[in-house]
Design a protein around this ligand. Structure first.
Ligand code: PMV
Length: 313
């Protein structure tokens, strides 16, 4: 039995603008994970069996096919590996909430690909795995920027610019973060499509908003490298105002963001596709408890703490 795991991710700053070539920063969430356990000790001719514990799905694959999301994922991975379904059983479990901007799909694709690479004896480098997870992401997301797969596969904070060589984030201090879920699932694909239409219908208004987000992210990179928590908080608040202009916030997100700020957060904004899903707040050890409580009192479906640890790039 071999076990493979991959973390959730969260976007700290720069979502949506990243689709248009601006930078964004995303970090792994090591405590939320997708895990695949692989057993090849199965009867010959069994084919590939996937037991998805969370959804109680039991998928049997003898030929490559694509009739539901998990099967489509397995088939895409096997096609890319150039292998038929191996005789193996994969048991999948994930503690990452789905459709809430935490990279659940990318993490599941990454662990399934690692398990299938082992089962088929076709090795994958991290770079190949990253490309493969990106391909799988396209099935559900249309035209993802590639930030999710990158953080999930390498499990490191990234300063991401679409189409550019990978750059890891230098982090000059410990940044305490609180993530809260509106409890309202939202489609990233729809939000990204709406922003695209807005951009195309009002390019002179929307292009500057996207460029301004890119500027904030470049400043955020300096502040993170220098450990300047208060300055990063201000940039997150400014980013939220710009995300509003892209129409991707929502009353639920606004309520949680306001609650976090009123309770002392240094900055708060939506994270990911928006319109629902998660928000992220930057706090200090002194304000963390009050912010967490305020988010719960304002109706957050789930609240958890995480941190950006000091790290050289
Ligand atoms: O909803 P999430 O966390 O998967 O993030 C989407 C981020 C966007 O910038 C809106 C889209 C993308 O592909 O980068």
């Amino acid at each position: 039995m071999s076990t493979f795991s991959a973390p959730a991710k969260i976007i700290l700053i720069g979502e949506h603008a990243v689709v248009y070539g601006q930078p964004a920063v995303a970090i792994p969430l090591p405590n939320l994970r997708a895990v695949a356990r692989l057993s090849v000790d199965v009867p010959a001719g069994q084919g590939l069996r996937l037991i998805a514990e969370d959804t109680q799905q039991n998928i049997q694959l003898r030929t490559v096919q694509a009739d539901d999301p998990l099967t489509a994922m397995l088939s895409t991975i096997l096609e890319r590996l150039g292998a038929p379904p191996p005789d193996a059983t994969i048991t999948l479990h994930s503690s990452i909430p789905i459709a809430s901007g935490l990279g659940s799909g990318a993490a599941i694709a990454a662990v399934l690909a690692r398990a299938l690479s082992t089962a088929t004896h076709i090795p994958l480098t991290d770079a190949e795995l990253n490309d493969l997870v990106y391909e799988v992401e396209k099935i559900h997301h249309g035209t993802p920027s590639g930030i999710d797969n990158t953080v999930v596969v390498y499990e490191r904070p990234v300063y991401y610019v679409r189409g550019q060589p990978l750059e890891w984030m230098a982090t000059g201090g410990l940044f305490h973060l609180i993530v809260a879920d509106t409890g309202k699932p939202a489609s990233t694909k729809i939000a990204v499509g709406d922003v695209r239409r807005l951009y195309e219908s009002q390019p002179d208004q929307i292009r500057p908003v996207i460029e301004a987000i890119g500027q904030l992210v470049q400043q955020a990179r300096q502040e993170i490298a220098q450990g300047n928590t208060a300055a990063l908080g201000t940039l997150m608040n400014e980013n939220q105002a710009l995300l509003h202009r892209l129409t991707v916030s929502s009353p639920e997100l606004d309520q949680l963001i306001q609650a976090a700020r009123s309770a002392g957060a240094l900055g708060a904004k939506l994270s990911g596709g928006g319109r629902g899903g998660n928000m992220i707040a930057l706090v200090t050890p002194d304000t963390a408890g009050a912010v967490e409580q305020a988010l719960r009192d304002s109706g957050a479906a789930r609240v958890f703490r995480t941190a950006l640890q000091p790290e050289a790039s």
